[in-house]
Write a protein of this length. Structure first.
Lengths: 230, 603
């Protein structure tokens, strides 16, 4: 069964077409969404999470059309995301950041410490969130997204700012999350991460869907090599 | 038919003058990204200056006009840009707004000192000339106004589209950093736009003097009219702004012609710009949630529940001692300071925690006061009802106003304040035909009033801190830092905003009820639109992020009129200082009290 269906989505910014009639589906497991800068990956995340209305096309979650629903309603349907440009609550502590997310879903605040430990930033719990290193802030966004117990998790360049060791730990965490039955969509430039952990990969270029397939198929795809992998 | 033509001409002339003012506003905003709330005030001071030169000193009109529009106004604009706005580059909207309000209030204070209230007729331009169109007479001044509007439109068009400077200005709007790489100097362009903007404010102000009279506040509030016109052009498009200004002029002119001339409709006319402002706001698309970048601010430390209780007990003990020591007058003044402190607590919640700048908070005080006064009793139930009514009005305003944010929102609250001022508070609906109402006191003696105010301040202050420590407070700050992230975590951002706006209005309304029964007589003049501005300034100067700041701000706010009546010569100077202090302190929302906190807790 398909968890997410992006159906003919087009996004225009004035004259510019950022996303051009893109259709793909996402099931359980890890799905990679790759492509050069400006390909429309983050814009698609904005559309799926409800922060941006597409100019045309639909977004379906578990078969239900949610195109008209706002971001908070989609969160309640099980969608969560992180941001490429960090969106942590800078005036609050790391712990409070997670608590805000827990409270919005009426989950107990005591879960916050477990979540922070799970992503590996328990030591930062008491720090103000605008004062932690970028890597920790990315993991905080992940912990905060997990606090809503999502079925569909959209991660926008989660590994940037992480060192090798942290990236490996992150990969292991990805496996755990999918084992729990969650669907994860990964926008990522780290090809080792994409090819090593994704079950399925969609490639975007200049707003259009260029290719879809398993990591091996994508690696062998001529157009993808030309446009992106080099 | 003749009348229609006459009113159309009159409307176009007024609209033309609005267009001149609004054009300056748009030019400044689009080049420097700072919305000049003091735009109307600059026009006001320059119009006074023109009067001084042309009428008082007897200079020829053209020379006076040249000196003011070509010299004084641009120089003033340059100074403001150089010494206030440039230092605030990249600061949040709230900060630049407060600085603008500081300039506005300072200019009004200066004008009142230099030109004390008196009738100051200004001769129209070319008053011996005029032409007849059909049976309508178009005066020389009208022709000059239209000519100026056309010249300004053409001049701005040529500047922006046909010169290198204009091209650079437009580049700076889109990407100042990038423009700088190409050798464009954003500072110089921003300075130029402030000079031209001020000159246009001056020109528009002078052209409008025969219509609106030389008046401190009326001319200052031209900024609302100009803003409404500019909003039609989304604060960017000059052609749309000009069109908006002309429509505004026409609507006002037709309103004079075709609406009944009863008391209500006369005040309705004055409220037209604010009404149109709300209509335009409703027509604007909902602004998308901002994405990108970590925002955080360092508030003062939030005291624990125990420390809060200790603070409240300390305040009550001090007040109790004071009540025994001071005479009735001082006790009454201190009670007033604490009531003002409660108003400022409402702003701690809204502005300090929620990051929403409201220029209409004192209007909610008025709503609470009217409710209690109309009930004719100051029982606890009446006070509660005053808070509820005020909160409901707050929610009602918030629904359309909160579709937009930051700058648009703050100016919408200013529009709301003007609307309430003209349509409700000044009309018999609110304070009856005599314009004032008697309110029996809840407790009679001044000492008891002081204690009552202290208890209420302590309760509300503890409540605000409890909110900050709890779930709602966390959520408020999260919404302030990143509305987009909040929304994707399942928080209904809009309802949080409406809710906190209503709660804050309710606190202000509660203060209004206390104010009414403390004063025993309340009138529309107590809640004039203009009172909102010092309120915001004192909130920022004292510190809008803490309960202590609210207390200090309340005391300062109470002292202002005391100082003004005790030392009339200082009154204007005090207001100027207030403006300067706010413009200077705008960057640190924690205000003066944060210095005290730092002194106590070196960290």
């Amino acid at each position: 069964m398909s968890t997410l269906l992006v159906d003919g989505v087009t996004v225009r910014f004035g004259e510019v077409i950022a996303v051009d009639d893109v259709t793909f589906s996402v099931g359980t497991g890890v799905t990679g969404l790759i492509g050069p800068n400006g390909a429309g990956k983050t814009t698609l995340f904005d559309v799926v999470s409800g922060l941006r209305r597409p100019s045309s096309g639909r977004v379906l979650l578990d078969g239900h059309d949610v195109t008209a629903k706002g971001p908070h309603q989609r969160s309640r349907l099980g969608v969560a995301r992180t941001f490429q440009r960090l969106e942590v609550f800078g005036s609050l502590t790391v712990w409070e950041n997670v608590v805000v997310a827990l409270e919005s879903r009426r989950r107990p605040a005591r879960l916050a410490d477990d979540l922070l430990d799970r992503v590996g930033i328990g030591e930062f719990a008491g720090r103000q969130a605008d004062a932690v290193p970028t890597g920790a802030a990315r993991l905080l966004e992940l912990a905060r997204a997990l606090a809503t117990d999502p079925q569909l998790l959209l991660l926008d360049e989660p590994s940037s700012g992480l060192d090798r060791q942290e990236t490996d730990a992150f990969g292991a965490l990805l496996r755990e999350l999918t084992a729990e039955g969650r669907a994860v969509v990964l926008v990522e430039h780290d090809m080792d991460l994409v090819m090593g952990y994704c079950d399925h990969v969609h490639v975007l270029n200049l707003g259009r869907l260029l290719a879809s397939g398993t990591p091996d198929e994508i690696r062998a795809h001529d157009g993808v090599r030309e446009a992106y992998l080099g | 038919m003749t009348a229609l033509l006459a009113y159309t001409i009159f409307g176009l002339v007024t609209g033309g003058a609005y267009a001149v003012v609004a054009g300056g506003l748009v030019l400044t905003y689009s080049t420097s990204k700072v919305f000049n709330v003091g735009h109307g005030a600059i026009g006001m001071v320059m119009a006074f200056l023109y009067w001084e030169l042309a009428e008082n000193r007897g200079l020829p009109q053209w020379l006076a006009l040249l000196i003011v529009v070509g010299g004084c106004a641009p120089v003033f604009g340059l100074l403001v840009e150089r010494f206030v706005m440039r230092r605030l580059a990249g600061a949040p909207v709230g900060v630049t707004l407060v600085a603008g309000v500081g300039i506005l209030v300072g200019l009004i204070g200066a004008a009142q000192v230099i030109w004390p209230p008196a009738a100051r007729p200004v001769r129209p331009f070319l008053d011996r000339y005029g032409v007849h169109i059909g049976q309508s007479f178009v005066s020389g001044h009208d022709l000059v106004t239209l000519a100026c509007a056309i010249a300004v439109a053409a001049g701005l068009y040529l500047l922006l589209n046909r010169t290198r400077t204009g091209l650079a200005m437009r580049a700076c709007v889109d990407a100042p950093e990038l423009a700088a790489l190409y050798g464009i100097r954003p500072h110089r362009l921003s300075a130029l736009s402030w000079a031209i903007g001020s000159a246009l404010a001056a020109l528009g102000g002078i052209l409008l003097t025969p219509v609106v009279q030389l008046d401190y506040v009326t001319m200052t509030l031209l900024v609302i009219t100009a803003y409404t016109a500019a909003l039609v052009g989304r604060l960017r498009s000059l052609p749309w702004t000009f069109a908006g200004a002309l429509v505004l002029g026409l609507v006002q002119s037709y309103a004079v012609a075709y609406l009944p001339s009863s008391q209500f409709w006369i005040s309705f006319r004055a409220a037209i710009p604010a009404l149109l402002l709300f209509l335009v706001l409703l027509a604007l698309p909902q602004s998308p949630l901002r994405i990108g970048g970590v925002r955080g601010s360092r508030g003062v430390a939030v005291p624990s529940a125990g420390l809060t209780a200790l603070g409240a007990a300390g305040l009550l003990a001090v007040v109790l001692v004071l009540a025994l020591l001071v005479d009735n007058t001082v006790a009454g003044q201190l009670a007033l300071a604490l009531v003002f402190g409660i108003v400022l607590l409402s702003m701690v919640l809204l502005t300090g925690y929620g990051g929403v700048v409201s220029l209409g908070q004192f209007t909610f005080v008025g709503v609470g006061a009217v409710t209690v006064a109309r009930l004719g009793t100051a029982s606890p139930w009446a006070l509660l009802l005053g808070a509820l009514v005020s909160g409901a009005v707050g929610a009602l305003v918030a629904l359309p106003a909160l579709r937009v944010r930051g700058l648009y929102l703050a100016l919408a609250t200013l529009g709301f304040a003007q609307l309430m001022d003209k349509l409700v508070l000044q009309s018999p609906i609110a304070f009856g035909v005599r314009g004032s109402l008697q309110v029996p006191r809840l407790v009679s003696s001044a000492q008891a009033q002081l204690l009552l105010a202290a208890v209420m301040f302590a309760l509300v202050g503890a409540g605000v801190l409890a909110v900050r420590r709890g779930r709602l407070g966390r959520r408020l700050i999260a919404v302030k830092d990143s509305p987009a992230a909040c929304a994707t975590l399942g928080v209904n951002v809009r309802w949080i905003r409406v809710g906190v706006f209503a709660l804050s209005a309710a606190i202000a309304g509660l203060a209004g009820g206390l104010f009414a029964q403390l004063r025993e007589t309340v009138a529309a003049s107590d809640f004039q639109l203009f009172n909102n501005l010092p309120l915001l300034l004192f909130a920022v100067i004292a510190g809008v992020t803490s309960v202590t700041g609210a207390l200090v701000g309340g005391v300062l706010l109470m002292m202002l009129p005391v100082l003004q009546s005790g030392f009339p010569a200082l009154a204007g100077v005090a207001v100027v200082l207030l403006g300067v202090a706010a413009a200077g302190l705008a960057r640190d929302p924690n205000g003066l009290v944060s210095w005290i906190f730092r002194a106590w807790r070196p960290a």
